[in-house]
Structure formats: C-alpha cells, structure tokens
Design a protein around this ligand. Structure first.
Ligand SMILES: Nc1ncnc2c1ncn2[C@@H]1O[C@H](COP(=O)(O)OP(=O)(O)OP(=O)(O)O)[C@@H](O)[C@H]1O
Ligand SMILES: [Mg+2]
Length: 267
C-alpha cells in the first residue's frame, strides 16, 4: 500500500531544551518533518538521541521549547481540555513501558470499555462486550481470562498486546509506537508488527515507529528519519537511506547490521 500525498502532521524547527545553565541539554534540535496519511515512518537513532522526547512533543505530552507542529495543515492548539481530547482521539501512542500507559487501578474490562466510550458510540452492554472480545481476539488475547485482571497482573507481552487491542478499538488516524516490541520475544515481535501493519491496511493509519533497530525499521517503513544527538541527520525512503546512506552516522548504524536483508527477509 502506498501512502497518500496529504501531509497529516508536520513539524518546523522543533526544539526541546531541558534544564538551564550548566545543565542545559538540547534533546531535540531544530527538527523538521512531514508525516503523510497512511505512511509508515521509522525514527531511528541510538539511545539518548531524542526519539522519545520528539514523540512526546508530537503527542502533545511535552511542550516544545520552540518550533511549530501542524496537524491537518493548521497550527496545533492544545490549550483546553476539549482541544486535547479531540487531538488524542486522532493520535494515540504506545510507549516503551506499557505500565506507564495504563491506569493501574482500572481492570482490563474498564480500560477497553473506556476506549469504546471515548468514541461516543451508544452501544448495548452485549455489543460492547462483543467489541472488546473482538479486539482481544485480534491481538491473540482471551478476553474471558483477562477482563477481571489489573494491568500489573499481566505479563509485559500481554500488556503490549492489550495496548494494540486499545488501538484496534480507538482506530486513531496516527499511531506513535515507541519501541512497541521491547518487552516481547522475537516471535511475538513479528506478530505485533504484523498486527500494526494490518491496522494500517484497514484504517489507512499513519504509523510512526521509534526504534534503534535498523533492521526493523527497514522491514516495516516507507520512510526513515535518522536521529543523532537531537538532530535529523538523514531522511528519505527506507530503500534509499539504507541502500545508499550518505551520512557517516547512518553508515555506522548500517555496518552494525551486516545482514540486513537476510535477517528481515521473513518471506
Ligand atoms: N524529562 C526530562 N528531563 C531532563 N532531561 C530529559 C528528560 N527526558 C529526556 N531527557 C534527556 O533528553 C535526551 C534524549 O532522551 P530521549 O528519552 O528522548 O532519548 P531516546 O532517543 O528516546 O533514547 P532511548 O533509545 O534510550 O529510549 C537524553 O539526554 C535524556 O537524558
Ligand atoms: Mg526512548
């Protein structure tokens, strides 16, 4: 599937500075991006390069020090509760640490039901139950076994799949996935990726993967952004960036993955 030409989210000169004086740290430095509808983007960079900080600004969870983020061609306003609620209906995230994404005092049933309520659908109890079951089946979880559990009673992999079940229910326009497979084994990893790719096929979702795994980025993405020390040092189609890297940092990243094609040629 090819992404649309329509730019859904764009950033101009996005900068985030943490701390002051001697402790000043420019985590994201004058970053520009254009994410299109239906596009799969990977932001690749080593630990500490600013990927999560950038993701949090795109989500509106962290305020940029300077720069402008536009959504659907308009400068994004997130002042009121109403603005934020509307934005988060369209943009959802899965973070590295799934524990931080859930209210730990809510059982699985409520966590999923909240997603249905958020959309303002008027459904009967049975219809809601069916939808929650369908979402769990999509991610290979058994709703009957989990609905009465708290998030901390689930394994890391179950939590990550539960997060994808929520995405299934919310069907956002944009999904930001920050190391979404960090807590699962290699087999579940490709299953999780396939689930996300299927969601994109069905909903024309824009997916932004954040990872330091170049192989994974190549396997899933249309477009790559390579980050080093807060800056985007290279960007372009996954093929052009990885087959013909221009920047020394990208060349270094790739030399760390000598068998890129073989490792990710999953048939
Ligand atoms: N809340 C914060 N306060 C101060 N400094 C922060 C904060 N969050 C991140 N940083 C700093 O910003 C820089 C970028 O961190 P960030 O978490 O964005 O990196 P990352 O690319 O996501 O790394 P990783 O691959 O390890 O997740 C780091 O130097 C980090 O210490
Ligand atoms: Mg991170």
């Amino acid at each position: 599937m090819k992404p649309d030409q329509e730019v859904l989210i764009s950033g101009k000169n996005i900068t985030k500075v943490f701390g002051y004086g001697k402790n000043k740290n420019t985590a994201v430095d004058q970053v520009n991006f254009n994410f299109h509808r239906g596009e799969i983007i990977s932001i690749v960079g080593e630990s500490g390069s600013g990927k999560t900080t950038l993701a949090k600004m795109v989500m509106g969870l962290l305020k940029e020090t300077s720069g402008d983020i536009e959504y659907k061609g308009k400068s994004r306003k997130l002042k009121s509760h109403r603005d934020r609620k509307a934005y988060w209906q369209d943009i959802q995230a899965i973070f590295q640490d799934p524990f931080s994404s859930f209210n730990l005092f809510h059982k699985v049933e409520k966590l999923l039901n909240d997603c249905i309520e958020l959309q303002g659908l008027k459904l009967s109890k049975e219809e809601r139950f069916e939808k929650m079951k369908e979402a769990c089946t999509f991610v290979n979880l058994k709703f009957e076994e989990l609905y009465n559990k708290y998030p901390f009673e689930l394994s890391g992999g179950q939590m990550q799949r539960l997060m994808i079940a929520r995405i299934f229910l919310l069907h956002p326009k944009v999904l930001l996935a920050d190391e979404p497979t960090s807590m699962v084994d290699a087999c579940s990893r490709s299953t999780i990726l396939d689930m996300l790719l299927k969601l994109r096929e069905e909903n024309n979702m824009t997916i932004i993967f954040i990872t330091h795994d170049v192989g994974l980025a190549y396997y899933v993405s249309d477009t790559l952004y390579i980050m080093e020390k807060g800056k985007i040092v290279e960007q372009g189609s996954a093929d052009s960036v990885l087959m013909n890297p221009q920047h020394p940092y990208t060349q270094q990243l790739i030399s760390d993955v000598p068998k890129l094609h073989e490792a990710w040629d999953l048939g």
